[in-house]
Design a protein around this ligand. Structure first.
Ligand SMILES: [Ca+2]
Ligand SMILES: [Ca+2]
Length: 135
C-alpha cells in the first residue's frame, strides 16, 4: 500500500514538504533509492510538529508494516548521530532504551503503533517514509 504524496503538505518558513508512506518491506538502502527515484529522500523528522503530522497520516492508514524506515543512517558514537544528508538531529523521538546500537544497528525505523524510533540493522526489511519538498 502506498499513500501517494500526502496532501495537504506541511509548510514551514521556507518550503512545503510532502510525505509518501509505503507499506512494502525492503532494506534501508532500497528504500532510500526508491525515495530518490520518486524525487524525494527518506524522511528527516526535524520537529515535534513534523513528527505529529506524520503520526496523524499513519493513523489514517491501515499499514501491515510494523516499522517504517526514516532517513537516518546513524554514525555511532552518539555525538555523530545525523540524518543521512549530514544534518544533525534537531529533534529525537526514541523509544525507551533506544538507540541501543546492538551489534551495529546503523539505520532507524519509526514504529507504526506508537511512532517511536529505534535503531535497527540496515538489512532488516521494513516499510518506509519518503519526504519531498514540493514547490
Ligand atoms: Ca523533514
Ligand atoms: Ca535498537
Amino acid at each position: 500500500m502506498r499513500s501517494g504524496w500526502t496532501e495537504p503538505c506541511i509548510t514551514d518558513d521556507t518550503s512545503i514538504h510532502c510525505y509518501e508512506i509505503v507499506d512494502t518491506l525492503i532494506t534501508w538502502k532500497n528504500a532510500s533509492d526508491l525515495c530518490k527515484y520518486d524525487g524525494g529522500n527518506l524522511v528527516t523528522i526535524e520537529s515535534a510538529e513534523e513528527q505529529k503530522y506524520i503520526t496523524d497520516v499513519i493513523k489514517r492508514m491501515f499499514l501491515k508494516a510494523r516499522s517504517l524506515w526514516i532517513g537516518s543512517d546513524m554514525l555511532h558514537p552518539e555525538e555523530e548521530r545525523a540524518w543521512s544528508n549530514g544534518e544533525k538531529l534537531s529533534y529525537e523521538n526514541w523509544a525507551k532504551g533506544e538507540p541501543n546500537n546492538v551489534d551495529m544497528e546503523n539505520c532507524v525505523i519509526l514504529r507504526t503503533n506508537n511512532s517511536m524510533w529505534n535503531d535497527v540493522k540496515c538489512t532488516e526489511k521494513n516499510g518506509y517514509i519518503c519526504e519531498n519538498s514540493c514547490t
